[in-house]
Ligand binder design. Structure first.
Ligand code: HSE
Length: 308
């Protein structure tokens, strides 16, 4: 018998990861958004918010409902569903809040509708929601939130996404300073053209990062976590960002950068102990400058979005 209700977990994600602007991302084990989807016997999406943060409950403005509607349209389904949100990822924090909910919506609906699609085939529908959130159809949060692990978008047209292997003892700490930065606004700060010299630097670092992750070469990972495209134009909200990176490095971080469009900062570390220590150092950097923050320390999640 068909299920009428499902609960889905959509994980937080770190995108860009230094040189992989719009191309590279990975999933965290926590935090994540929870979404209950249930048939409601109408032909409408009805939204309920059980989160601590504000969310639009108009289906045309809510990113997850936009993603859900695009999947339902594609399947010529006229069924209605309740979407009940318990968001644990604060919108505007830079760890893929909208992607987590969009992915949870399409994964849950796909399951309730008898799994017409493979997981990876759901990416374009989840991206429809992300487009509403950020004004662009990037998938570097969507892909890892859906598929888990570290994902590389080799091409958007056609969509070609691959998992990148990584060392077992790779951990990440994410520090979320309580400042809000909207991706849509933050994307406007990035120049539309780059000099050849800048492009070469970025290509070298992205290739180096992928090679380092694949072979477990930590020094190479460290040398490669640098973004020449977006980060230099986005860190003015974060005081003394160069000093923050320097302190993280001194505390043992492999590589540190802005998570997605920020304000969260990620730091790749070898092992949990190192990740916790680096997290504390970055938190202290913000505290010293009068900014409260929260730390998430996690392995990279192999699972991504899951039904719970
Ligand atoms: N790649 C995107 C950006 C991620 O940097 O704008 C933000 O969601």
């Amino acid at each position: 018998m068909a299920r009428d209700e499902i609960k889905v977990f959509g994980p937080a994600t770190v995108s860009n990861v230094g040189p992989g602007f719009d191309l590279l991302g990975f999933a965290l084990e926590a935090p994540g958004d929870e979404l209950i989807i249930r048939r409601n016997g109408t032909d409408k999406l009805v939204l309920y918010n059980q989160s601590d943060c504000k969310l639009p409950t108009d289906p045309e403005l809510n990113v997850a409902a936009v993603a859900a509607a695009s999947l339902l349209r594609e399947l010529h389904s006229y069924e209605g569903f309740d979407l009940v949100f318990t968001k644990k990822i604060h919108p505007g924090s830079g760890v893929g809040s909208s992607a987590a909910s969009c992915v949870a919506a399409v994964v849950g609906l796909n399951e309730l509708l008898g799994s017409p699609y493979e997981t990876a085939e759901l990416i374009p529908y989840a991206m429809e929601g992300e487009k509403v959130a950020s004004g662009s159809t990037h998938a570097d949060n969507i892909a890892p939130a859906l598929m888990g692990g570290i994902t590389l978008i080799r091409s958007y047209d056609p969509l070609d996404i691959k998992h990148i292997p990584y060392p077992d003892d790779l951990w990440c700490t994410v520090i979320h300073p309580f400042l809000e930065i909207l991706t849509s606004e933050s994307r406007k700060l990035i120049p539309q053209t780059v000099a050849l010299e800048t492009a070469l630097k970025q290509c070298g670092n992205l290739a180096g990062l992928v090679a380092g992750l694949t072979t477990g070469d930590y020094p190479l990972i460290g040398r490669s976590v640098n973004d020449s495209f977006a980060e230099p134009h986005r860190t003015h909200h974060l005081p003394d960002f160069a000093a923050l990176k320097e302190s993280a490095l001194e505390a043992g971080s492999v590589g540190t950068g802005l998570s997605g469009s920020g304000p969260s900062v990620f730091s790749l570390c070898r092992g949990e102990e190192m990740a916790s220590a680096v997290g504390e150092v970055i938190k202290a950097h913000f505290t010293d400058r009068g900014i409260d923050s929260r730390i998430y320390t996690s392995r990279i999640s192999q699972a991504g979005c899951k039904i719970i």
